[in-house]
Ligand binder design. Structure first.
Ligand code: 0X9
Ligand code: ZN
Length: 470
C-alpha cells in the first residue's frame, strides 16, 4: 500500500514537472479532482483557474473538475480543497476504449448495448437495422459535418397508406456534445425496441403505425471521433475557428441555433469557451443541416435532444426566465416522462424550463424548435456521469426508454387529425361541411365520442377538434 502511494506521489511530482515545462495543458496533462462548491465565488475561482467543470448542472455540493496537473497547489491556496478522483483520465479512457473495441470485435450483436461504441459502429448498426427491416427503416444522409463526415438519419415508421399522410413525427437526436457517450446508446435502443416490437407487441406496433420516428444518433460526428482519439472531454464540433490552438477550436452546437441567438449570459463570443456560439446563427454545417431536416418535416410535433448528465428534463425557454406560452403543456409531458423514469428504479428527474432549472442558454435547440417551429422540445440530461460503467449504461438506456416512447404515444393521441376529413393535414371549413353531411346521413363516422349514437354531443366534440388546430 505504502509503496504504491509513494509511487503515485513520485509519479505525480514527475507529471507536474512535465506539464509545467510543456506550458499549455494537453488532455494527458490533466487530472480530475472533486471540489466541494460553496457558492458562486468558488465557481468564479475555478473558471479563473481554467478548470473545466464536468457537469451540466452547476450548484453547491461536490463536483468533478478537470484541471491541469500542476494546479492542485493553486486550488488549495484558493481554499477549494481538491480531492483527487482520477490522476490520469487519458489513461483511464485508453482502457475504456480498448475494452469497448474488444467488445465490438466479439461481434455479439444482441449485446450491442453492453459497452460504448465508436463512431463507425453507429453507422454500421443503422445500416444493419435498415437491411433487417427495409419495410420499416430508411437510413439517409441529411448533410455533412465540418470535416466531411456523413450526417445520417434513420426514419422508422410503418408502411404509409393513404390514411398516413398526417402521421405526426417525432425527432430524436443525440451527440450534440461529443463527450456525452451514453445518450446515443439510448437513442439507438429506442429505435431497436420499435423495430423488434413491430408486429409482436400491440403498444410498439401502434407507435409505428401512428407515428413517424426520425433518429439522429450522431449530430456531431467530428467531435465524437475526436473524443475517442484525442480528448475524451471534448464538447464542441471541430471547426478550427481559424486557429491552430486546440483550445480555440470548436463551436458549441447547442449555442448555435437561430432563435434568440447570441445572448450573454447563455452563450459566449469567445472561441476558447466551451459555450462558444460561433460567428452566426446556424454557422455550423451540423446545425444548418439539422435545421433543414427539421424544416422538411411538416408533421414534426415533438423533438427530443438527449444529453448527459444530471438527471434532468428541460424545455424552453433557455434564453429568458419568462414562462413560455406552452410551459404548462411542456411541464405536463415532462412530468409524465419523469414518472416513467422513476418507475424503473426510483431515480427522480427534475423537470422544468432550462433557464430557471439549470442556467441561461442562448441558441440551444429547445428554444429554436419550440420558438420557431412551434413543436414541443425537450432536453434530457441522462445519468450521473459522462463515464458511466457499461453495466450502468445499460440501466440508463432501459430507464429512459419508456419516457422516449411516451413522446410517440403523446403525439399520436394529442395531435390526432380526426377533424381532418379532407385528409390534407389541416382542419378547415370543408371539414365542417363534410362532417355535417356524415351526421345528416347518420354515418358511424359522425360518432366522435364513440357512444354508439350520433347526437349533438358529437357535433360539439367535432367542433372542439376543429378549433383546437392541433
Ligand atoms: O448546456 C447545455 O447545452 C445542456 N447541458 S449539457 O451539460 N449537456 O451541455 C443544457 C441545455 C439546456 N436546454 C435548455 N435550456 N432547454
Ligand atoms: Zn450536452
Amino acid at each position: 500500500m505504502v509503496s504504491r502511494w509513494m509511487a503515485l506521489t513520485v509519479w505525480l511530482f514527475a507529471s507536474v514537472a512535465r506539464s509545467a515545462a510543456a506550458g499549455l495543458p494537453e488532455p494527458e496533462e490533466e487530472q480530475i479532482v472533486r471540489i466541494e462548491v460553496r457558492g458562486a465565488g468558488d465557481l468564479t475561482a475555478l473558471s479563473a483557474l481554467g478548470a473545466s467543470v464536468l457537469a451540466c448542472e452547476i450548484r453547491d455540493g461536490p463536483v468533478d473538475v478537470l484541471v491541469p496537473r500542476d494546479s492542485i497547489g493553486v486550488l488549495e491556496a484558493a481554499g477549494l480543497a481538491p480531492v483527487l478522483v482520477d490522476p490520469n483520465p487519458e489513461f483511464t479512457h485508453r482502457v475504456v476504449r480498448r475494452r469497448a473495441m474488444a467488445t465490438l470485435a466479439r461481434g455479439d450483436d444482441a449485446d450491442w448495448w453492453a459497452d460504448y461504441k465508436p463512431l463507425d459502429a453507429f453507422y454500421d448498426k443503422m445500416l444493419e437495422m435498415q437491411a433487417r427491416r427495409p419495410d420499416l427503416v430508411e437510413v439517409f444522409e441529411f448533410g455533412r459535418s465540418y470535416e466531411g463526415r456523413p450526417l445520417l438519419a434513420m426514419r422508422i415508421t410503418a408502411p404509409m397508406d393513404a390514411d398516413a399522410a398526417c402521421r405526426p413525427a417525432v425527432l430524436l437526436n443525440t451527440l450534440t456534445h461529443a463527450r456525452e457517450w451514453v445518450p446515443p446508446m439510448a437513442n439507438m435502443y429506442v429505435a431497436e425496441t420499435l423495430i423488434n416490437g413491430y408486429g409482436q407487441d400491440p403498444y410498439l406496433t401502434g407507435l409505428l403505425d401512428d407515428v413517424e420516428w426520425v433518429f439522429v444518433p450522431v449530430l456531431n460526428p467530428d467531435g465524437y471521433a475526436f473524443s475517442w482519439t484525442d480528448d475524451r472531454f471534448w464538447r464542441k464540433n471541430r471547426n478550427p475557428n481559424n486557429s491552430d490552438l486546440v483550445r480555440n477550436q470548436g463551436v458549441d452546437l447547442n449555442r448555435n441555433y437561430g432563435y434568440q441567438w447570441g445572448l450573454s449570459p447563455g452563450s459566449s463570443g469567445s472561441r476558447r469557451s466551451g459555450n462558444y456560439r460561433g460567428v452566426a446563427p446556424f454557422s455550423e454545417p451540423e446545425t444548418a443541416a439539422f435545421r433543414d431536416l427539421a424544416e422538411s418535416m411538416p408533421q414534426l410535433r415533438i423533438h427530443n435532444d438527449m444529453h448527459s448528465f444530471s438527471e434532468l428534463i428541460l424545455f424552453a425557454w433557455g434564453y429568458t426566465p419568462e414562462a413560455s406560452p406552452d410551459r404548462a403543456l411542456h411541464q405536463a409531458v415532462g412530468d409524465r416522462m419523469a414518472g416513467l423514469i422513476h418507475q424503473y428504479r426510483g431515480r427522480s428527474y427534475e423537470v422544468g424550463p432550462g433557464y430557471t432549472t439549470i442556467y441561461p442558454t442562448s441558441g440551444a435547440s429547445n428554444d429554436w424548435f419550440y420558438g420557431r417551429l412551434g413543436v414541443l422540445s425537450y432536453t434530457y440530461e441522462l445519468g450521473r456521469r459522462f463515464d458511466e460503467q457499461p453495466s450502468e449504461m445499460r440501466l440508463l438506456v432501459e430507464e429512459s426508454l419508456p419516457a422516449s416512447l411516451y413522446h410517440g404515444e403523446f403525439v399520436a393521441g394529442y395531435y390526432r387529425f380526426r377533424a381532418d376529413l379532407n385528409r390534407d393535414c389541416t382542419h378547415d371549413f370543408f371539414d365542417l361541411v363534410e362532417y355535417l353531411s356524415l351526421y345528416a346521413q347518420g354515418s358511424d363516422a359522425a360518432d366522435i365520442d364513440g357512444s354508439g349514437i350520433s347526437d349533438v354531443q358529437d357535433v360539439i366534440e367535432f367542433l372542439d377538434l376543429l378549433v383546437s388546430k392541433r
